[in-house]
Design a protein around this ligand. Structure first.
Ligand SMILES: [Zn+2]
Length: 170
């Protein structure tokens, strides 16, 4: 294989690894937030199964129309707010944990962002926006813990099933 073949990957087809996911995995050290996959050591086959999980689902944040909720915020300020929210809310999750937790019933949570939005907030420094980010951080911590427990319990059951039904007999 010559070098041009080796480097011929396309970041756009691997967004969750090399695109928007890259910074998330760099921050986590490529370790799954729910099952700790990667903690004991890493290899290519582990890395390629990494994905990005929104700990608090986007619909729970309650922000589908940012320009209506933040009428006074400039586009760069909204971009900055997005980046801040992602920094708090995005974690590395292996594909297994991502698909497991996507089936979790998360329960009724109050949307982080109020329906009315913040009509006078011009940037991220606004106290109401800071307060919202703090609330998001708290919800992320709670939910991360909930998701970890959920995954650990399922892994325990799966391990038993594997030992009993799948593992090759000596
Ligand atoms: Zn995992």
């Amino acid at each position: 294989m010559d070098e041009s073949t080796v480097c011929n990957w396309d970041a756009h087809s691997c967004q969750s690894l090399l695109g928007y996911g890259k910074a998330v995995h760099e921050g986590s050290g490529c370790i799954c937030a729910y099952c700790d996959l990667g903690k004991a050591g890493q290899d290519f086959d582990m890395w390629r199964q990494l994905s990005v999980d929104h700990v608090v689902p986007t619909n729970c944040i309650g922000a589908n129309d940012w320009t209506i909720k933040f009428p006074k915020m400039s586009k760069p300020a909204i971009k900055k707010l997005h980046a801040e929210i992602n920094k708090i809310n995005l974690v590395t999750a292996c594909n297994f944990c991502n698909s497991m937790t996507s089936r979790m019933k998360i329960g009724n949570r109050e949307a982080i962002l109020p329906k009315s939005g913040y009509s006078d907030a011009e940037d991220i420094k606004h106290p109401a926006v800071q307060e919202m980010l703090q609330r998001l951080g708290e919800q992320v911590n709670d939910l991360k813990e909930e998701k970890r427990k959920y995954v650990q319990e399922r892994l325990r059951i799966l391990e038993l099933a594997y030992a009993k039904e799948v593992k090759p007999k000596p």
